[in-house]
Design a protein around this ligand. Structure first.
Ligand SMILES: Nc1ncnc2c1ncn2[C@@H]1O[C@H](COP(=O)(O)OP(=O)(O)OP(=O)(O)O)[C@@H](O)[C@H]1O
Length: 253
């Protein structure tokens, strides 16, 4: 059975996709069998994994809304398997709203392949709608990337409320995998202040690994590559390899 980790924060641009791709690739390079699930209609995890969205016949919309078989939709990439997303997914929330068992769609699909993988990572949209609720219902744990910038903690209360709600109604064993500090700029007092604040609030739930702000990390997706392939010697490659080791330790693989 795979460990299913949802990467979520309804705040936009905090590093969910960057972490999904690079943690996924680093876990795969360690020999883990990884499935990356893109349920963000922006499809950035899909293009960032080197997949041309215009050539896809099926995507996560077909699985979640229309019940297509997951195995027919998964595509291989350099490091991991991918359930891709395209703009088609942007209508999913409204279409799901009237469907039965709407919170369990993704869980049901993932159960069909869970034995084929060691880790399933779910890249979420920047929202707390039905797609995110599907991810939380399917997941064992949530990894929350937090950008070390002003307003970092804003909205985390809402996220924690949603987690609690899903725990009560759909998935009582849902856990927080950890908080990941991202885009850390050690030259600024603000970054230090924010990371201290986050550590005070979340204690040992915060990963030791901290992702620095790095131009190479932001360049890699436009080449459709994970940082470990795009620039294996870069700080970003080192840090995501470290994060993978932390996650592996956490889950005992
Ligand atoms: N450590 C980093 N250093 C520099 N740039 C980064 C870093 N992490 C992410 N970025 C850049 O910041 C932007 C937002 O990152 P990303 O897409 O990973 O966030 P997100 O939370 O998935 O966004 P969204 O909420 O829109 O889905 C992207 O342009 C990405 O390349």
């Amino acid at each position: 059975m795979a460990h299913i980790i949802a990467l979520a924060n309804q705040k936009g641009g905090v590093g969910k996709t960057t972490t999904s791709i690079n943690l996924g690739a680093a876990l795969a390079q360690d020999g883990q069998r990884v499935l990356l699930v893109d349920i963000d209609a922006q499809g950035n995890a899909t293009s960032g994994s080197g997949i041309d969205k215009s050539e896809l016949a099926l995507d996560s919309y077909d699985v979640i809304v229309d019940g297509a078989a997951l195995r027919d939709v998964i595509v291989p990439t350099d490091n991991y398997d991918l359930l891709p997303a395209t703009i088609q997914l942007s209508g999913a929330e409204i279409e799901l709203a009237t469907q039965k068992q709407r919170e369990y769609r993704l869980q049901k699909a993932l159960m069909t392949v869970s034995d084929d993988y060691d880790f399933i990572l779910i890249d979420n949209p920047p929202a707390l709608g039905l797609l995110t609720v599907n991810a939380f219902t399917a997941a064992d744990a949530i990894l929350i990337p937090v950008q070390t910038e002003f307003y970092a903690l804003e909205g985390l209360g809402q996220l924690l409320n949603t987690i609690e709600l899903v725990r009560k109604q759909f998935n009582e064993s849902l856990d927080i995998a950890g908080i990941l500090l991202t885009m850390y700029d050690g030259r600024t007092n603000l970054a230090k202040q924010v990371s201290e604040e986050v550590r005070q609030y979340f204690g040992d739930k915060v990963y030791h690994t901290v992702v620095p702000r790095s131009v190479r990390l932001s360049e890699a997706p436009s080449y459709g590559q994970a940082i470990i392939d795009f620039d294996p010697k870069s700080i970003g490659a080192q840090v995501y390899t470290e994060l993978a080791q932390e996650v592996l330790k956490q889950y005992g693989n």
